[in-house]
Write a protein that binds this ligand. Structure first.
Ligand SMILES: C[S@@+](CC[C@H](N)C(=O)[O-])C[C@H]1O[C@@H](n2cnc3c(N)ncnc32)[C@H](O)[C@@H]1O
Length: 225
Protein backbone atom coordinates (compact mmCIF):
# COMPACT_ATOMS: atom_id res chain seq x y z
CA UNK A 1 0.00 0.00 0.00
CA UNK A 2 1.29 3.49 -0.83
CA UNK A 3 2.27 5.57 2.21
CA UNK A 4 0.05 8.63 2.58
CA UNK A 5 1.68 12.07 2.64
CA UNK A 6 2.32 13.60 6.06
CA UNK A 7 1.60 17.01 4.49
CA UNK A 8 -1.96 18.16 3.81
CA UNK A 9 -3.18 21.30 2.04
CA UNK A 10 -0.64 23.89 0.93
CA UNK A 11 -0.98 27.35 2.49
CA UNK A 12 0.04 30.56 0.72
CA UNK A 13 1.46 32.97 3.32
CA UNK A 14 1.50 36.81 3.23
CA UNK A 15 5.15 37.10 2.13
CA UNK A 16 4.35 34.99 -0.95
CA UNK A 17 6.02 31.81 0.35
CA UNK A 18 4.14 28.56 1.00
CA UNK A 19 3.82 26.14 3.87
CA UNK A 20 1.56 23.12 4.44
CA UNK A 21 -0.53 21.60 7.16
CA UNK A 22 0.91 18.54 8.91
CA UNK A 23 -1.67 15.75 8.98
CA UNK A 24 0.14 14.00 11.81
CA UNK A 25 0.69 16.99 14.12
CA UNK A 26 -2.31 19.18 13.17
CA UNK A 27 -0.06 22.21 12.85
CA UNK A 28 1.47 24.09 9.90
CA UNK A 29 5.09 23.23 9.04
CA UNK A 30 6.01 26.92 8.93
CA UNK A 31 4.45 30.20 10.01
CA UNK A 32 1.12 31.06 8.40
CA UNK A 33 2.16 34.72 8.86
CA UNK A 34 5.12 34.25 6.49
CA UNK A 35 7.02 30.98 6.09
CA UNK A 36 10.09 32.47 4.38
CA UNK A 37 10.12 35.42 6.81
CA UNK A 38 10.13 33.02 9.75
CA UNK A 39 12.94 30.96 8.22
CA UNK A 40 15.09 34.04 7.79
CA UNK A 41 14.27 35.86 11.02
CA UNK A 42 14.11 32.97 13.47
CA UNK A 43 16.58 30.48 12.05
CA UNK A 44 19.08 32.08 9.63
CA UNK A 45 19.50 35.34 11.56
CA UNK A 46 18.64 33.88 14.97
CA UNK A 47 21.57 31.48 14.72
CA UNK A 48 24.01 34.04 13.28
CA UNK A 49 24.23 32.02 10.07
CA UNK A 50 23.84 35.22 8.00
CA UNK A 51 27.24 36.39 9.30
CA UNK A 52 29.17 33.13 9.65
CA UNK A 53 32.07 32.64 7.20
CA UNK A 54 31.41 28.89 6.78
CA UNK A 55 28.18 27.81 8.50
CA UNK A 56 27.65 24.24 9.68
CA UNK A 57 23.94 23.89 10.32
CA UNK A 58 22.22 21.05 12.17
CA UNK A 59 18.45 21.00 11.69
CA UNK A 60 15.86 19.04 13.67
CA UNK A 61 12.99 18.57 11.22
CA UNK A 62 13.86 19.10 7.53
CA UNK A 63 10.12 19.24 6.75
CA UNK A 64 9.42 21.18 3.56
CA UNK A 65 13.01 22.44 3.21
CA UNK A 66 11.98 26.09 3.70
CA UNK A 67 14.79 26.73 6.22
CA UNK A 68 17.28 24.96 3.97
CA UNK A 69 16.33 27.13 0.97
CA UNK A 70 16.52 30.31 3.08
CA UNK A 71 19.99 29.28 4.25
CA UNK A 72 21.04 28.41 0.71
CA UNK A 73 19.91 31.87 -0.48
CA UNK A 74 21.92 33.52 2.29
CA UNK A 75 25.22 31.68 1.70
CA UNK A 76 24.85 32.07 -2.07
CA UNK A 77 24.37 35.84 -1.67
CA UNK A 78 27.59 36.06 0.36
CA UNK A 79 29.54 33.43 -1.58
CA UNK A 80 30.42 31.35 1.51
CA UNK A 81 30.34 27.54 1.83
CA UNK A 82 27.59 25.65 3.66
CA UNK A 83 27.55 22.28 5.40
CA UNK A 84 23.95 21.33 6.33
CA UNK A 85 22.96 18.25 8.31
CA UNK A 86 19.27 17.53 8.87
CA UNK A 87 17.14 14.88 10.56
CA UNK A 88 13.64 13.99 9.35
CA UNK A 89 11.63 10.94 10.41
CA UNK A 90 8.54 11.49 8.21
CA UNK A 91 9.62 12.85 4.81
CA UNK A 92 7.04 14.48 2.54
CA UNK A 93 6.76 13.31 -1.08
CA UNK A 94 9.04 15.07 -3.53
CA UNK A 95 6.02 16.67 -5.29
CA UNK A 96 5.24 18.53 -2.05
CA UNK A 97 8.81 19.85 -1.80
CA UNK A 98 8.59 20.99 -5.42
CA UNK A 99 5.16 22.63 -5.03
CA UNK A 100 6.10 24.48 -1.83
CA UNK A 101 9.33 25.82 -3.40
CA UNK A 102 7.94 26.74 -6.85
CA UNK A 103 8.98 30.28 -7.76
CA UNK A 104 10.47 30.82 -4.29
CA UNK A 105 14.01 31.50 -3.08
CA UNK A 106 16.70 29.02 -4.18
CA UNK A 107 14.14 26.96 -6.13
CA UNK A 108 16.52 27.15 -9.10
CA UNK A 109 19.71 26.49 -7.09
CA UNK A 110 21.68 23.41 -8.26
CA UNK A 111 21.70 22.06 -4.68
CA UNK A 112 17.89 22.17 -4.56
CA UNK A 113 17.67 20.51 -7.97
CA UNK A 114 20.06 17.76 -6.76
CA UNK A 115 18.00 17.30 -3.60
CA UNK A 116 14.79 16.85 -5.63
CA UNK A 117 16.56 14.38 -7.94
CA UNK A 118 17.84 12.28 -5.03
CA UNK A 119 14.86 12.54 -2.64
CA UNK A 120 13.51 9.13 -1.67
CA UNK A 121 16.37 7.26 -3.35
CA UNK A 122 18.64 6.56 -0.38
CA UNK A 123 19.09 7.26 3.30
CA UNK A 124 20.97 9.35 4.13
CA UNK A 125 20.43 11.65 1.18
CA UNK A 126 23.74 13.30 0.33
CA UNK A 127 24.00 16.30 -1.99
CA UNK A 128 27.34 17.80 -2.98
CA UNK A 129 27.56 20.73 -5.35
CA UNK A 130 30.37 23.31 -5.35
CA UNK A 131 30.39 25.03 -1.96
CA UNK A 132 27.33 23.20 -0.63
CA UNK A 133 27.13 19.91 1.26
CA UNK A 134 23.76 18.61 2.47
CA UNK A 135 23.03 15.38 4.34
CA UNK A 136 19.51 14.41 5.37
CA UNK A 137 19.17 11.43 7.72
CA UNK A 138 15.67 9.96 7.54
CA UNK A 139 15.60 8.83 11.16
CA UNK A 140 14.13 9.80 14.49
CA UNK A 141 16.43 12.42 16.00
CA UNK A 142 15.70 10.94 19.44
CA UNK A 143 17.69 7.81 18.60
CA UNK A 144 20.11 9.29 16.05
CA UNK A 145 23.79 9.62 16.72
CA UNK A 146 24.56 13.34 16.67
CA UNK A 147 27.92 14.98 15.96
CA UNK A 148 29.67 16.52 18.96
CA UNK A 149 31.05 20.07 19.03
CA UNK A 150 30.27 20.46 15.32
CA UNK A 151 27.41 22.88 14.58
CA UNK A 152 27.79 26.63 14.24
CA UNK A 153 23.99 26.77 14.12
CA UNK A 154 21.20 24.53 15.31
CA UNK A 155 17.69 24.99 13.95
CA UNK A 156 15.31 23.42 16.49
CA UNK A 157 12.19 23.15 14.31
CA UNK A 158 10.32 19.97 15.18
CA UNK A 159 6.79 21.38 15.72
CA UNK A 160 5.63 23.09 18.91
CA UNK A 161 6.27 21.80 22.44
CA UNK A 162 2.50 21.33 22.85
CA UNK A 163 2.16 19.14 19.71
CA UNK A 164 5.53 17.35 19.79
CA UNK A 165 6.96 17.44 23.33
CA UNK A 166 9.46 14.67 22.52
CA UNK A 167 11.85 17.05 20.77
CA UNK A 168 11.85 19.51 23.68
CA UNK A 169 12.89 17.20 26.53
CA UNK A 170 15.89 17.91 28.78
CA UNK A 171 17.56 14.73 27.49
CA UNK A 172 17.44 15.71 23.80
CA UNK A 173 18.25 19.35 24.59
CA UNK A 174 21.45 18.20 26.37
CA UNK A 175 22.46 16.20 23.29
CA UNK A 176 21.69 19.10 20.97
CA UNK A 177 23.72 21.47 23.15
CA UNK A 178 26.65 19.03 22.91
CA UNK A 179 26.35 19.05 19.11
CA UNK A 180 27.07 22.81 19.06
CA UNK A 181 30.61 24.01 18.51
CA UNK A 182 31.84 26.58 21.05
CA UNK A 183 30.18 29.86 20.08
CA UNK A 184 27.46 27.94 18.21
CA UNK A 185 23.87 29.16 18.46
CA UNK A 186 20.61 27.25 18.71
CA UNK A 187 17.56 29.06 17.30
CA UNK A 188 13.91 28.30 17.91
CA UNK A 189 10.58 30.09 17.43
CA UNK A 190 9.38 29.06 20.88
CA UNK A 191 9.74 31.56 23.71
CA UNK A 192 7.98 29.38 26.31
CA UNK A 193 9.36 29.59 29.86
CA UNK A 194 9.89 25.85 30.15
CA UNK A 195 11.84 25.78 26.85
CA UNK A 196 14.04 28.62 28.09
CA UNK A 197 14.69 26.80 31.38
CA UNK A 198 15.53 23.55 29.58
CA UNK A 199 18.06 25.37 27.39
CA UNK A 200 19.64 27.04 30.43
CA UNK A 201 19.83 23.68 32.22
CA UNK A 202 21.72 22.31 29.19
CA UNK A 203 24.41 24.92 29.84
CA UNK A 204 23.41 27.42 27.14
CA UNK A 205 23.12 31.18 27.50
CA UNK A 206 19.61 32.12 26.40
CA UNK A 207 18.45 35.40 24.85
CA UNK A 208 14.98 36.52 23.82
CA UNK A 209 14.78 38.06 20.36
CA UNK A 210 11.99 39.84 18.48
CA UNK A 211 9.82 37.22 16.80
CA UNK A 212 8.88 36.96 13.12
CA UNK A 213 5.55 38.36 11.83
CA UNK A 214 2.73 37.16 14.08
CA UNK A 215 4.97 36.30 17.05
CA UNK A 216 6.26 38.66 19.71
CA UNK A 217 9.41 36.80 20.76
CA UNK A 218 11.60 33.83 19.97
CA UNK A 219 14.77 32.38 21.51
CA UNK A 220 18.43 32.04 20.75
CA UNK A 221 20.70 29.89 22.96
CA UNK A 222 24.47 30.17 22.73
CA UNK A 223 27.13 27.64 23.68
CA UNK A 224 29.76 29.89 25.20
CA UNK A 225 33.44 29.11 25.15
C1 LIG B 1 7.85 22.37 11.83
S1 LIG B 1 8.27 21.11 10.72
C2 LIG B 1 9.86 21.60 10.09
C3 LIG B 1 9.83 22.61 8.99
C4 LIG B 1 11.16 22.67 8.26
N1 LIG B 1 12.25 23.02 9.11
C5 LIG B 1 11.13 23.55 7.05
O1 LIG B 1 11.96 24.45 6.93
O2 LIG B 1 10.27 23.32 6.20
C6 LIG B 1 8.78 19.80 11.81
C7 LIG B 1 9.41 18.61 11.15
O3 LIG B 1 10.05 17.85 12.16
C8 LIG B 1 9.87 16.48 11.88
N2 LIG B 1 10.06 15.78 13.15
C9 LIG B 1 9.28 15.87 14.25
N3 LIG B 1 9.77 15.08 15.24
C10 LIG B 1 10.89 14.48 14.74
C11 LIG B 1 11.81 13.54 15.27
N4 LIG B 1 11.68 13.04 16.51
N5 LIG B 1 12.84 13.14 14.48
C12 LIG B 1 12.97 13.62 13.20
N6 LIG B 1 12.11 14.50 12.64
C13 LIG B 1 11.08 14.93 13.41
C14 LIG B 1 8.47 16.42 11.32
O4 LIG B 1 8.24 15.24 10.56
C15 LIG B 1 8.42 17.68 10.47
O5 LIG B 1 8.81 17.43 9.14
Amino acid sequence: MEKSSPAGELILTPDGSRTALSVRFGEAYGSRHGAASQARQVFVEGSGTHRHPAPRVLEVGFGLGVNFRATLAEVTRRGVPLDYLAYEFDPVPVEVLRAVAAGGESADHPAWAALLAGWGQASPLVVQVPGIALTVHFVDVLTAELPRGWASALYLDGFSPARNPEVWTPALTQRLAAALAPGGMLATYSAAGHVRRTLVAAGLKVEKRPGPPGKRECLRAVREG
